[in-house]
Design a binder for this molecule. Structure first.
Ligand code: 5GP
Length: 204
């Protein structure tokens, strides 16, 4: 595939969204895929920008029509990645970032075996809980569910190519920028990107 597909997965509270924002500021070539979700928008979130917010009936209809590359239930809500949009972008040589959970990552790897998986870890479980509470947007019940989910998510860390420890945001962004740059330079990507050059090199 000419474009590079990066999957970024983290337990909620690991700081993934801030990390991704840092990457997008530093790397103008990578674009974020906007997922579908049945979750209610949080304060400041915009439809079509952070997520496509849909109700359950609409989600099921889109899913049953085969519009999704992957979908999963996370913390009691449904999330999905648009299939057509993603395939078009990758075929056109664009670099795309998917912020999805481990279940989605497994499904995407089946469709795009060259996708690069990045797992983001919080500095510790104690720090994770503190961050979830500090966000102040979720109830105790939701936080408890997310902590349990976080442990489950972390059990899948071995399925990913890279692990970034989000101890210090600036270093973690540097790490993510480095992973994206290195991923672009893999032989199959470079070969497709510079076909004429490689054809010339392969002549006797
Ligand atoms: P949040 O509700 O905090 O934005 O996201 C909750 C979880 O859903 C996160 O782990 C996030 O990575 C995951 N998620 C967001 N979009 C998608 C998606 O399109 N597919 C899957 N499988 N998970 C997603």
């Amino acid at each position: 595939m000419p474009g590079t597909l990066i999957i970024i997965t983290a337990p909620s509270g690991a700081g993934k969204t801030t990390l991704v924002r840092g990457l997008l500021e530093r790397d103008s070539q990578i674009q974020l895929s906007v997922s579908y979700t049945t979750r209610e928008p949080r304060a400041g979130e915009a439809h079509g920008c952070d997520y496509h917010f849909v109700d359950i009936a609409e989600f099921r209809e889109l899913r049953d029509r085969g519009e999704f590359l992957e979908w999963a239930e996370v913390h009691g809500n449904y999330y999905a990645t648009s299939k057509v949009w993603l395939k078009e972008q990758i075929a056109a040589g664009r670099d795309i970032l998917l912020e999805i959970d481990w279940q989605g990552a497994q499904q995407v790897r089946k469709a795009f075996p060259d996708a690069v998986g990045v797992f983001v870890l919080p500095p510790s479980l104690e720090e994770l809980e503190a961050r979830l509470r500090g966000r102040g947007t979720d109830s105790d019940d939701v936080i408890a569910r997310r902590l349990l989910g976080a442990r489950g998510e972390m059990r899948h860390i071995g399925e990913f190519d890279y692990v970034i420890l989000n101890n210090e945001l600036r270093c973690a962004v540097d790490d993510l920028v480095a992973v994206v740059r290195a991923s672009r330079l893999r032989y199959p990507n470079q070969h497709l990107r510079h076909l004429h050059y490689f054809d010339f090199l392969e002549q006797d």
